[in-house]
Design a protein around this ligand. Structure first.
Ligand code: WTA
Length: 647
């Protein structure tokens, strides 16, 4: 339908790992003979005991289960570190850029990282951490966060990283859910010049977590934080007492590697569980092919390790591939909107992977902030986390990449472990706004609401019809919920929760979530979580939250709130509720709009009709649909009449 197409630049087509013909050939092999394909590509890791079985997966209720490489054993930290020492021990593994450009950056070689990981792994053991135990990590974007992840992987402990922007309550919920008795944190975090009281948040959270008996505290800003005798341990002195040798544990491919909590359409956040073998193969392989990565190149993924993108593409993918991975503590617009591109110049970054929300915010600041930097080192750009609108795509391509760099728009999810639908820079002509074609081994399909397969150019619900190695294996502590959430909507298929269009060239265009999940600045949130935070307030009787279009954030949070009968809602209460949600969940959940409503539109059986609320949120009043089944249709008139006028 006339979308602009950017052909693969000749240089890329000639020199890339994979050109278009090779992509089609490899893709065909990967779906026709997954056993053979993954038997071959599984070998990219060093296995202690090589696997003889490759794939063993069923999405059907009767024999439901997902296993890959199930009789193989390996250690991921050894794959990220030890195996590189002979060849690239003195190469920089992590290039750390602090929040403030006036603070010195840090360079950590593979040899140094290996030593730090071994020492920290020994400290974890000294704290009594055993294989299979859950370790909660609540750290800012500092190299020690990667050290902590790799140390867990080394001793077979399961890490659960909680984004350092989450509130004490959100942290406590995650600690309790996975029954973790140790927390790793720092005195404070720093973002955009502002301090984040991480240790104080942990102290607050732990009031609700009687099971936690050990907290390891990294000194980062040097703030004077109280230490609890017998519970809190100083990171540096703890590590100093440890040996620099720690043999990696031999892990089974299906042993858990990490838990990462993510929001769904119902209930509290669920602990997405990834296991060792399949996840590592996926993170490593996608990192290499999607970014056409060659060892030694300077690569920067600007995601936080609190999200899956940070797990797969700041730490595990790049390090398995011997990369120099940039870790950035700060934010795109501090001290000014040139910061990203200054860091690109400072480190001669060749590959940059970021989120559309940051690009939209920077685009608004004007081109000069970009143009005053060189960016000559850049050869490839990436996008992740939400749909990138063609306007932002064009800006990224033209202004940031000087029309020279392909853009890989990677669609994937916490659940998928790594990129699923994505261009390969040497193989895929690009269409702005489309994630394009499936990665090797990924079988996407579109179905209608009844689960019928749709062919050709069409819109539908995006499903994946067969398993791939990086797929999540269960919801921590609730295997039934795993099956129900992903495999029961459409029998025998993995349902992504996303809507999607496929065009006449077979390109996929993700249109956004079709469940009650919203994507705010690339952060996934369940509307149910925000609603339960709101109703926890003493003056609130009922709340319904929907997404609304937002220029920068992609989606904003629109909350309809009904107060208790005796309450007279006013501006002060509105502000109070906004603060309340920030406090309950964290600043990322700050409502953009709170509309007080005397009543919410409900069916006669009492179910809130979200379809109508979504339309009001979108300011699409002409299209409210059938309201005749409502218990009280006049409720809608009131909501429409009182919708706040937003610019
Ligand atoms: C959305 C982030 C369009 C999508 C890696 C998905 C995208 C959800 C893209 C997962 C993209 C992610 N284009 N939409 N390139 N990437 N999404 O779990 O709705 O934080 O279901 O994983 O983000 O978010 P999550």
């Amino acid at each position: 339908m006339g979308a602009t197409v950017y052909p693969v630049p000749a240089q890329w087509a000639e020199n890339a790992l994979v050109d278009e013909a090779r992509y089609f050939e490899m893709y065909r092999q990967s779906v026709e003979d997954p056993e053979g394909f993954w038997a071959e590509h599984g070998k990219r890791l060093d296995w202690i005991r090589p696997f003889t079985k490759v794939k063993n997966a069923s999405y059907n209720e009767a024999d439901f289960g997902i296993r890959w490489f199930e009789d193989g054993t390996l250690n991921l930290s050894a794959n990220c570190l030890d195996r590189h020492l002979a060849e690239r021990g003195d190469q920089i593994a992590i290039l750390w850029e602090p929040d403030s450009p006036s603070t010195p950056h840090r360079e950590i070689t593979y040899r140094q990282l290996h030593e730090q990981v071994c020492r920290f792994a020994n400290l974890l053991k000294a704290q009594g951490v055993k294989r299979g135990e859950r370790v909660t990590i609540y750290l800012p974007m500092v190299p020690e966060a990667a050290v902590a992840m790799l140390a867990c992987a080394r001793i077979g402990a399961i890490h659960s990283i909680v984004f350092a922007g989450f509130s004490p309550d959100a942290l406590a919920g995650r600690i309790v859910d996975c029954d973790s008795r140790i927390v790793l944190t720092s005195d404070e975090g720093l973002r955009g010049g502002k301090k984040v009281p991480l240790k104080a948040n942990v102290d607050e959270a732990l009031k609700q977590c009687p099971g936690v008996n050990s907290v390891i505290v990294l000194r980062h800003t040097g703030a004077d934080v109280p230490m609890v005798e017998g519970r809190d341990v100083d990171w540096a002195s703890g590590v100093a007492a440890q040996s620099a040798e720690c043999a990696p544990e031999e892990m089974n491919a299906e042993d858990p590697l990490f838990i990462l909590y993510t929001s769904g359409s119902t209930g509290k956040p669920k602990g997405v569980l990834h296991t060792t073998g399949g996840y590592s193969v996926w993170a490593s392989m996608t990192h290499q092919y999607v970014f056409d990565y060659r060892p030694g190149q300077i690569y920067w993924c600007a995601a936080d390790i609190g999200w899956v993108t940070g797990h797969s593409y700041v730490v595990y993918g790049p390090l398995t591939n011997g990369a120099t991975t940039v870790m950035f503590e700060g934010v795109p617009n501090f001290p000014d909107p040139s910061r990203f591109w200054q860091v690109v110049d400072k480190f001669k970054v060749e590959i940059f992977y970021g989120a559309p929300t940051a690009l939209r915010a920077l685009m608004r600041e004007g081109d000069d902030w970009v143009k005053k930097t060189s960016r000559q080192s850049l050869r490839l750009l990436g996008s992740v986390g939400e749909p990138i609108n063609p306007e932002a795509w064009e800006w990224y391509h033209k202004v940031v990449g000087d029309s020279r760099c392909p853009i890989v728009d990677t669609w994937w999810q916490t659940e998928t472990g790594g990129a699923m639908i994505t261009p390969l820079p040497g193989a895929t002509p690009l269409k702005p706004g489309s994630a394009s074609r499936p990665f090797f081994g990924v079988k996407p399909a579109l179905v209608d609401n009844d689960g019928n397969f749709l062919e050709g150019a069409t819109d539908g619900c995006l499903v994946i019809t067969d398993s791939w190695p990086g797929q999540m294996r269960t919801v921590w502590g609730d295997h039934e919920r795993f099956f129900q959430t992903y495999f029961s909507t459409f029998k025998g298929l993995y349902f992504t929760g996303d809507g999607c269009r496929r065009d006449e060239d077979g390109y996929y265009w993700i249109t956004g979530r079709i469940d009650d999940v919203i994507n705010v600045s690339g952060h996934r949130m369940g509307t149910a979580e925000i609603e339960s935070a709101l109703v926890a307030h003493a003056k609130v009787a009922e709340a319904a939250v929907v997404g609304m279009p937002h220029d920068i954030k992609g989606q904003g949070i629109y909350a309809f709130v009904t107060c208790n009968a005796e309450v007279e809602p006013d501006e002060a209460l509105r502000k109070e509720l906004i603060q309340w949600v920030r406090h309950e969940i964290g600043p990322i959940a700050t409502p953009d709009v709170i509309q007080f409503a005397p009543g919410l539109p409900k069916t006669r059986s009492g179910k809130i009709m979200r379809r109508i609320l979504r339309k009001i949120g979108e300011n699409d009043m002409s299209n409210l649909g059938d309201t005749s089944t409502l218990a009280d249709p006049s409720v809608v008139d009131n909501l429409v009449a009182n919708r706040p006028q937003l610019e």
